[in-house]
Design a protein around this ligand. Sequence first.
Ligand SMILES: Cc1cc2nc3c(=O)[nH]c(=O)nc-3n(C[C@H](O)[C@H](O)[C@H](O)COP(=O)(O)OP(=O)(O)OC[C@H]3O[C@@H](n4cnc5c(N)ncnc54)[C@H](O)[C@@H]3O)c2cc1C
Ligand code: FES
Ligand code: FES
Length: 492
Amino acid sequence: MKNQPIKFYLNNQYVNYAPEKEYISVLDYLRLNEELTGTKEGCGEGDCGACTVLLGSLQKTPSGFWLKYESINSCIRFLPSIHACHLVSIEHLSKKGELLHPIQEEMKNANGVQCGFCTPGIVMSIYNLFLNNDFTDRKKVEESLQGNLCRCTGYGPIINAAKNVFEKYKRIKDELYISNKKIKEKLIAIREKEPFPYSVPKDLKAFKSFIRKNKNNTIISGATDVGLWINKELQRPKNPVFISHVDELKIIKMSKNFITVGSSVTYTKLLESLKPFYPELTEYLKRIGGEQIRNMGTIGGNIANASPIGDMLPPLIALKSEIKISNAESQIRNIQMEDFFIKYKVKDLKNNEFILSVKIPKPTKGLVFSNYKVSKRRDEDISSVCASFYFIINRGYIIEARLVFGGMAEVPKRAKHTENFLLGKPWTEDSFADSAKKIEEDFQPISDARASQEYRVLVAKNLLKKVFLQKSKACRGLMRHGKLLVGRTNFD
Ligand SMILES: Cc1cc2nc3c(=O)[nH]c(=O)nc-3n(C[C@H](O)[C@H](O)[C@H](O)COP(=O)(O)OP(=O)(O)OC[C@H]3O[C@@H](n4cnc5c(N)ncnc54)[C@H](O)[C@@H]3O)c2cc1C
Ligand code: FES
Ligand code: FES
């Protein structure tokens, strides 16, 4: 029962394989089972991008399925989760004796390769960018390479190579683009006609049934947290259930006042759907992991992981989001996001429950919203401190304040003393300078490898000053008729 085969396409080949172990990574499968050693292993924890491959997966739309290719880190992705998918490794781009793929050709011409260890991963990341865009610019290329570490070439030639690809070639002529429809049909055939592996529910009903039968289970969505438990902590959590096929958890629904986001929505999709409502979140979201992690990691995983430095938690709490939770018997309960986190890594979620979706209110009048991530590296790093600030301003006065910090306590937490202090105060630099003193009443953070206690407190205070300075210009526009910001700042 448990070793039902996983069926998928690997490059041009159909695979029907029943692994002995549930936790075989896609990378190990490629290198050890298939002897496709072009895909490299560096860190084994999603950081370096050496193991980047493309994964084509079926995306459900009201009119049927479409096939989307995205870059992923194969070291922290487990084989059952790619059932009915198309796995594309570097070997698919050109075989021995064949011409190089345009991306490889441009990497060669632009001197984008020295030792070559990172090169397959970098080529696959550029391939992801190329397949999903008609045009690019330097910023987009840099973003697409956030998750790829090159120690020797330097990024200049690699960025030039990527830009040259877009200048000289059209994606519509690429083999994967041309074969999209044909491969989609093949994947649909697997999905519709073949039995799903035991640990891969095909829909919400099957997922609930799995939970009913396996009380002590481990939900695996993008595996960007769980992957590290397996690879680094050598854990083997019991009864894994891979939920990447449960389409009901991938919905994004817009209503008049809310955006409802399914728990398996990835950061990449979240970014697209929140952008029109909360453009303030765009840059912040792009600081989460690299492109591969954003293509895999989900909002539900970030919430359920309940880390005090989960980057999505402060903005979701600040925006008054609500979590919808279901159990295996379909009983539903809703809980305010800020009440979900009880203490360090302890959350209000029972064994037979899972997160269905998150309901995010749309912006209201007078809203000033800002998000900050402070980490040692700009890209691919975990926050030392992250913060989301939500203010409602009326006629130059703060009538509502929600200040949520990550990395300052054992759970993501509101600074309630500071909020109370700011309530009713004018939107001026003095109010913010004074409010910063309250931070110490709200938080006594710990010192750890990422940051000392003193540093965290200082950063939190400075972020409060920063939000005023950064948003003052926006407020002037927002509140022109309310005569907001009559005073000058000392920094004018
Ligand atoms: C290289 C790297 C960089 C990262 N960078 C960042 C970063 O910048 N910021 C950040 O916040 N995080 C970061 N992370 C952590 C991780 O990407 C996020 O926490 C991500 O959102 C987890 O989602 P997932 O789908 O991969 O979760 P998974 O790993 O699949 O699961 C995580 C936890 O959530 C549970 N779970 C998943 N879905 C559900 C559900 N629907 N209901 C109930 N429980 C569920 C799982 O059982 C597990 O306990 C990074 C991770 C890596 C490897
Ligand atoms: S081996 Fe480093 S990201 Fe996978
Ligand atoms: S070419 Fe050596 S690591 Fe990039």
